[in-house]
Write a protein that binds this ligand. Structure first.
Ligand code: TXA
Ligand code: MG
Length: 331
């Protein structure tokens, strides 16, 4: 796989790979995407093969600018235009009714499509150089933690891709907020950096949360975004007792916490996390990948505060724990 820098020439090469039906991973402000020409069925099929993702799971199509929406969606409500004008480029994906001619391979056969204009200079330059929509899921194998650097993408895929453009570390670090505007009421399918209270204010109506019964949103599966090391979420007050029980058994344990340890325990590796939700989100996936290289028996993660600012972080941690908030899974 070619590793490109972010010069115009190298971005031009990556656009050429996309035009030729190849796979090019690229940075966005949220996470790295695994891109293919959204208008080329065989190219899109390669994404599913590379990721090991079920074929009926839809992809987000990335656009260079708001005015490209109409090529991909129909019956676009005013609210979609308003939100696109306000948040694009940015970490908000809108689910809309799909336009005629959009490939089933992209939408997983559904009547809707996910669209987003990413807020990253490399992604925007690539989209402009390519001149069309780029279908791109997060550039990780199915069910795994999303990549927030080019090195993570290489670690996931090795030579299975044609190229990855290195645009540094992602500033948001968690996947985009997904807002479904295709139904009767707006619904947040996945929390992200664009928070529901801001969306509510602009939409002038309250939002439903969660994927409902939709089986088509892999990011909403209970065990998504999982690191290799079993992960347990718990209140700070319980962490030291839990580490002690691992240490007593002679097992190594890792901790991800916003507080320092009261005592140093041999066999326990303690990583401090920021107390700001946006900085925490920026670092989380890189930290989980780092911990995976340690071979610890388990990673204990301090539960972040239960408020809206932490919703996206809590959502990813809960999924990384496989829906667990107790000790199961580390035994
Ligand atoms: O931040 C992001 O959204 C990143 C970057 C690369 O843009 N992309 C990303 O893609 O996270 P992916 O495929 O890993 O997650 C996209 C989610 C999936 O859960 C998918 O099921 C959902 O969006 N999705 C896409 N199209 C949809 C649709 N038409 N209806 C419902 N869910 C949809
Ligand atoms: Mg993903």
């Amino acid at each position: 796989m070619a590793l490109y820098g972010n010069t115009p020439e190298e971005i031009g090469c990556a656009a050429g790979i996309l035009r030729g039906g190849g796979l090019a991973a690229f940075p966005t402000e949220t996470v790295y995407g695994l891109g293919a020409d959204a208008g080329n069925e065989r190219a899109v099929a390669k994404i599913f093969t590379a990721k090991g993702r079920p074929a009926d799971h839809p992809l987000i199509v990335h656009l260079a600018a708001v005015d490209e929406i109409e090529r991909w969606a129909r019956a676009i409500p005013d609210s979609a235009w308003q939100l696109a004008e306000r948040f694009w480029p940015g970490p908000l994906t809108l689910i809309l009714k799909r336009a005629p001619g959009v490939l089933d391979a992209v939408t997983g056969g559904q009547d809707t499509i996910g669209l987003r204009v990413p807020n990253h200079p490399v992604a925007l330059a690539l989209l402009k150089a390519f001149g069309g929509g780029i279908a791109a899921p997060s550039a990780n194998r199915f069910g795994r933690v999303s990549p927030t650097s080019a090195a993570h993408v290489i670690a996931e895929f090795g030579d299975a891709l044609d190229c990855v453009i290195d645009g540094g570390s992602c500033t948001v670090g968690l996947e985009s907020t997904i807002l479904d505007l295709s139904g009767e009421y707006p619904r947040v399918l996945r929390p992200g950096a664009v928070m529901p209270d801001v969306l509510t204010r602009i939409l002038g109506e309250s939002l439903s949360m969660g994927a409902g019964d939709s089986p088509r949103v892999p990011g909403c599966l209970a065990s998504h975004y999982a690191p290799d090391t079993p992960l347990r979420l718990m209140a700070m007050a319980h962490i030291e007792a839990a580490t002690q029980s691992f240490v007593n058994l002679g097992q190594s344990v890792a901790v991800l916490s916003m507080h320092p340890p009261a005592t140093n325990q041999v066999g326990c590796r303690w990583l401090m996390m920021p107390t700001s939700p946006s900085l925490y989100g920026q670092l989380l996936y890189a930290r989980l990948r780092e911990i995976d290289t340690w071979g610890s028996r388990c990673v204990l993660v301090e539960l972040p505060p239960a408020n809206m600012a932490w919703e996206a972080v809590r959502d990813r941690l809960q999924r990384a724990a496989g829906g667990r908030q107790d000790g199961r899974g580390c035994a």
